[in-house]
Structures are given as structure tokens and as C-alpha cells.
Design a protein around this ligand. Structure first.
Ligand SMILES: [Fe+2]
Length: 404
């Protein structure tokens, strides 16, 4: 028997089993999510907004149930300074009216949070019909009463877990598809909650709880008093959109050196483009544990000491594969944390990735030397920096110096 039970791990299993594999709503009170996420993560996301190239798409501020673009711009310039006090910051920023702050695809704004969630989330999905889904992080904070979206179904989402930080209680009104159709006569978003509230199943979600919202349920949330929460949701896109995305990913990845793609590239059948694009997207998703990658840059700081030991971050496998975008020219791609690097075919690279994938620890010097068997020193250095700066590997805290 394992004497050191991991409270978060057992709570995640309880969530999976209690929801019959993510198919039934459930509230689990006193969910030990403090080690994984908290108010400080939301503050960090708001601070990261100003530098994100798509910041306008990631933030929505509602004041008195209307979206307020002016307030969104003010948030970019005046995010919360500390890792707490979100309510006071909001009241200060948005005044006495009811307000709501929503962040979309928040994994882009807080890669460390995505790292903490990745392992538990893999456990949550394991063995369910959503095992191979990617996932996104949303944030809600505010006191805006009923969410301004009406009673709706999230068509492109699988199951979602609301990690409710509080302090206020959140209430969820829920309908199965059948119950919603019976109550409203259809499946369109419905804005008159009082008219159908008595047909809903209502779930009270106190601070510190996790709530599982399964795919296909109609719902609306309500927060009379200020509260904040972080939601992780599986993504289930319709096949037609997945094909579109695969083709555009294929076209993005053509190695054209800034020129128009040539006739050979464009003469491939649609099926080939979809197949290749899908292979690329799958490798990106797997290597980042289902999250879309955050933007990153290769840093120009000094390299680590040659003796520093590294290991792969456990939830994020490296993928090395030929992806045919370069037309079988002997190139292969290395995927680390959802980022793709195309390189000449190399046994040394494949071996290095295999060893890191077994969670072997290697020194910086070892990794470079192994790659230098087949790459120029600059290229070997660049590949190691790519692994480090995407956060695919981390220093273990031990090193290999002869003198200790
Ligand atoms: Fe929703």
C-alpha cells in the first residue's frame, strides 16, 4: 500500500469516477486544488496580457452585462500588482456596477499553470471517451449575477471542470438536452432564465469546490457575490473544422523561405494535406499535453554549465517524426511543448529524444556532445536551447561535478 496518498490525485480520481467518466455533473467540496491553482494565477494572467500578441481575443470585461472595450484596454495598462486582492482590484477598476472578467485560452497567459494542470488532467481523462481531447483554460471573476451568455450549450467543448476559488458561492442551472428541449421547445440559447429555472437541476458550488460540467448539457452560471474560478475544458471540434485546421497547418508548415509555395507542394491531394496537417497537429498536441503552446523565444542568456543535469518535464513527451511537409527530403521534426523544429534526419536526435522520454537525466554537456556527433556545434547548441527555452526540460538540481 502507498502510505503517502496524494490528496490531489485521489480527488481527481474521485471526480472521474463520481461523474461516471465525465458524463454526469457532480460537485466535490473541499477539493484540494491549492497545490495546482489559485487567485495568484489569475493575477499573473492579467499581467501577462499586455505582452501577448492576441490580447484583444483573450480578455472580455462585462460591466452591467455589456462588454466594455474601454475597460479591456485599461486592464492591459493596469493589471493587479500582487498575487491576491483580485476583488479589490476589480472594484477599483470597474466601479460600483456589476462586473465580470473573462479570460479565454488562459494557458497562453500562464504556462506554469498549464504545467501544474497537465499531469492531473491526464489522469482525469484516462479511460474516458475524451482521453484524446486537447484542453483549454478559462477564467471567470466578478459579481455579475447570471453570466451574460444566456442558457446555452458549449457545442465545441467536452467536459469542463470549474475549480471554484470563491469566496462567493456559484450556482449552476443545468439541463440535459431532452429537458432543455422540453422546457424551451428548441436548442437555441435562451435568455429568460426565470421562465425555465424550475425545470433545471441546480448545483451549489461553494468556494474550494470542483464542479464537473459534462459535454452536451445546457447550463448557466450565477454568482451574486464576488467570486473567481478557473475552468479547464476539453475541446471537441467537429470533423469539418479539424480538417480545415489540418490543411491550414499543412500550408503554414511548408518550407517556402518566404516565397509562394511551389507547384509540387500545392499539387498534393486534399487527403494528403489533411493527413500531414493532422500528423503535425497531433504531435504538437501530444508534446504539450493537450494545451496549445504559449509563445516563446530562444533566449540569449548564457548556456547552463556543462555539468548541470536535466530531465524532461514529466507530462510533456518529446516527439520526433518525419512529417512529409518537406516532401521526403530527409528532414524530420522535433516537437517540444507544442513547438516544432525541422531538422535534417538524425539518429543522434532520435536517440536523445528517446532517452529523455524515458525520464533519464542527462547533463547539458552530454546532450550537446551527443548531438555534435551529427550536427555542427551551433546547431547542437540551438537544439538544446530549444528544449530548454520551450520548457520541455528542466534542471534536476543535482550536477555532475567531479569535486563533490
Ligand atoms: Fe458555457
Amino acid at each position: 500500500m502507498n502510505e503517502h496518498v496524494d490528496p490531489l490525485g485521489s480527488a481527481i480520481l474521485q471526480l472521474r469516477e463520481g461523474s461516471a467518466g465525465l458524463t454526469r455533473p457532480i460537485v466535490i467540496e473541499s477539493f484540494p486544488f491549492d497545490a495546482m491553482l489559485g487567485e495568484g494565477d489569475i493575477c499573473a494572467m492579467l499581467r501577462a496580457l499586455s505582452d501577448h500578441p492576441q490580447r484583444e481575443l483573450l480578455l472580455r470585461i462585462f460591466i452591467g452585462a455589456r462588454q466594455c472595450f474601454q475597460s479591456e484596454r485599461r486592464v492591459f495598462d493596469n493589471p493587479p500588482e500582487g498575487d491576491g486582492g483580485l476583488e479589490a482590484w476589480g472594484t477599483d477598476m470597474f466601479g460600483p456596477d456589476r462586473w465580470g472578467c473573462t479570460l479565454y485560452r488562459a494557458e497562453q497567459l500562464n504556462p506554469l499553470l498549464a504545467e501544474r494542470i497537465a499531469g492531473p488532467w491526464k489522469t482525469l481523462k484516462a479511460g474516458t471517451t475524451e482521453e484524446n481531447c486537447g484542453q483549454e483554460i478559462f477564467v471567470f471573476a466578478g459579481n455579475y449575477g447570471k453570466t451574460p451568455f444566456g442558457v446555452h450549450e458549449d457545442k465545441e467543448q467536452g467536459a469542463a471542470v470549474h475549480f471554484h476559488i470563491g469566496p462567493g458561492v456559484k450556482r449552476m442551472y443545468m439541463w440535459t438536452r431532452e429537458a432543455f428541449e422540453a422546457a424551451t421547445g428548441g436548442t437555441s440559447t435562451f435568455y429568460d432564465l426565470p421562465a425555465i429555472a424550475d425545470t433545471a437541476e441546480v448545483f451549489e458550488i461553494p468556494a474550494g469546490s470542483a464542479f464537473l460540467l459534462p459535454a452536451g448539457w445546457f447550463h448557466i452560471g450565477e454568482t451574486e457575490d464576488y467570486s473567481a474560478g478557473i475552468v479547464v475544458t476539453n475541446v471537441r471540434l467537429p470533423e469539418a473544422r479539424l480538417r480545415d485546421m489540418a490543411v491550414s497547418r499543412y500550408l503554414d508548415c511548408l518550407d517556402t523561405d518566404g516565397d509562394e509555395p511551389d507547384d509540387d507542394d500545392l499539387s498534393r491531394t486534399l487527403g494528403e494535406m489533411i493527413g500531414t496537417g493532422r500528423r503535425i497537429r497531433d504531435a504538437e498536441r501530444v508534446s504539450n499535453a493537450g494545451f496549445s503552446p504559449a509563445p516563446f523565444e530562444i533566449g540569449d542568456g548564457p548556456d547552463p554549465d556543462a555539468e548541470t543535469r536535466f530531465r524532461r518535464r514529466a507530462a510533456f513527451p518529446l516527439v520526433v517524426q518525419e512529417d512529409a511537409v518537406s516532401g521526403g527530403s530527409g528532414a524530420m521534426s522535433l516537437y517540444a511543448r507544442g513547438n516544432r523544429l525541422t531538422l535534417p534526419e538524425s539518429l543522434a536526435l532520435q536517440d536523445l529524444a528517446d532517452d529523455l522520454n524515458t525520464l533519464e537525466t542527462l547533463t547539458w554537456g552530454d546532450m550537446r556532445a551527443r548531438l555534435e556527433a551529427e550536427f555542427e556545434p551551433d546547431a547542437a547548441d540551438f537544439i538544446c536551447r530549444f528544449l530548454l527555452d520551450t520548457r520541455a526540460i528542466e534542471a534536476t538540481g543535482e550536477d555532475d561535478r567531479a569535486d563533490d
